[in-house]
Design a protein around this ligand. Sequence first.
Ligand code: ATP
Ligand code: MG
Length: 447
Amino acid sequence: MQISFKDRVYTSQLKNFVNSENNEVLIAGWVQETRDLGNLKFIILRDREGTAQICMKKKITGDEILNKVKELTKESVISVRGNLSANPKAPNGYEIFPNELNIISIANVPLPLDPSEKAVKADVTANIDTRLDNRFLDLRKKDVTAIFRLRNNIINAGRKFLRDNKFIEINSPKIIASASEGGTELFPIAYFDKEAFLAQSPQLYKQMLMAAGFDRVFETATYFRAESHDTTRHLNEITAFDCEMSFVDTENDVMDVIEGLMKTILSEARDSEEVKILNKEISIPEKFPRLSYDECLQYLNEKGITIEWGGDIDTKCERVLGEIVKDKFGSELFFITKYPLKIKPFYTAPENFDADDKYSRAFDLEYKGVEISSGGQRVHIYDLLAERIKRCNLNPENFKFYLDAFKYGMPPHGGFGLGIERILMRMLDVTVREVILFPRDRHRLTP
Ligand code: ATP
Ligand code: MG
């Protein structure tokens, strides 16, 4: 018999029917568990919202249904129409006595992994590949589902914050002709008879939109990065809040926006059901400390770590700095500001808008000792920008389409890229692969 799902209810809605006159409900989902106690049989059915107990008694339930139950394998999809009844002993305080049971799709045995197990709190290092190979099953786990619901919630909260702050959402091209940053982290693609690449970031396009007069733009952008390193915080395809804003006085105005955005995201997470499921506590600092690159070098020095001026603050140093700042300022988030100009991309504004400046207006945001965002004020002066491109050993000819936007009226501006996977991985203390549905890394192109 053809069934219709039109009057299907979620397991979370069952409580609304317990005391109603018509207590017949239709639910559908996956068989999480079956229990056979002889005269009494149970199915635990799971849907998006939770689980429900289905109870079958020999004398009450018809043979047709009981025979079907014998066929059922774990994780098969079924629908059940039945009468709801309160039972304090049942998992959620109620159970369903079926009048009709349909097997919609039988799951093969054995399962490559068991969705009723916990993922995040278990030792994930051992089985992350099995989990990712069978991601559709892994995602059925309650705690894994919670990560992606949380991801959805923080993206929505971030979007709302940015819209409320007058940012316009844009979509910039993902097929580009020249490197945004001049780095080597580009994936070349075949674009008819031309050389082209997948975009590393919307950088050049969002800056051009400052010349267009948009004033404030953002993109929930995809970055493609051909980085070959194999780490717990790098992927080759990621998502980021990418923002640019005009008429800034200094990079501090940009940091104010990130700080507001991050506080919104953190408080959305802190108050969520998902974070409870994941057993995490989120702390939100009143103010994110802003420490200059030089101050950071000094703090590291006090711990016996020496970085030559102009050198990168590497992963290990970031971690140590994270601990120092947490001790000194009680904050898990902080900015590193005033980076040396020579280690920042060409579009970075020099401290005093002179190509010979020692310092820049660039910053990074750190969360629990890992970079989650880079940003800064940009160069908005044509001659200086052309000079900076040359000094970064790049050819201004390749950037003509971009440079032209600086010739006919460009306001002072700044912006940032804030990695969504990095936020989640630090928030939940997991690796980057766990917070993206289908990770792309050095070794993984499927599923
Ligand atoms: P890192 O030094 O940590 O490799 P980056 O400085 O190369 O990062 P940016 O170009 O500054 O990265 O990109 C802005 C933000 O995008 C980063 O702060 C980070 O949150 C995120 N991001 C960049 N590359 C990656 C990546 N490969 N995997 C995950 N997140 C990334
Ligand atoms: Mg960076």
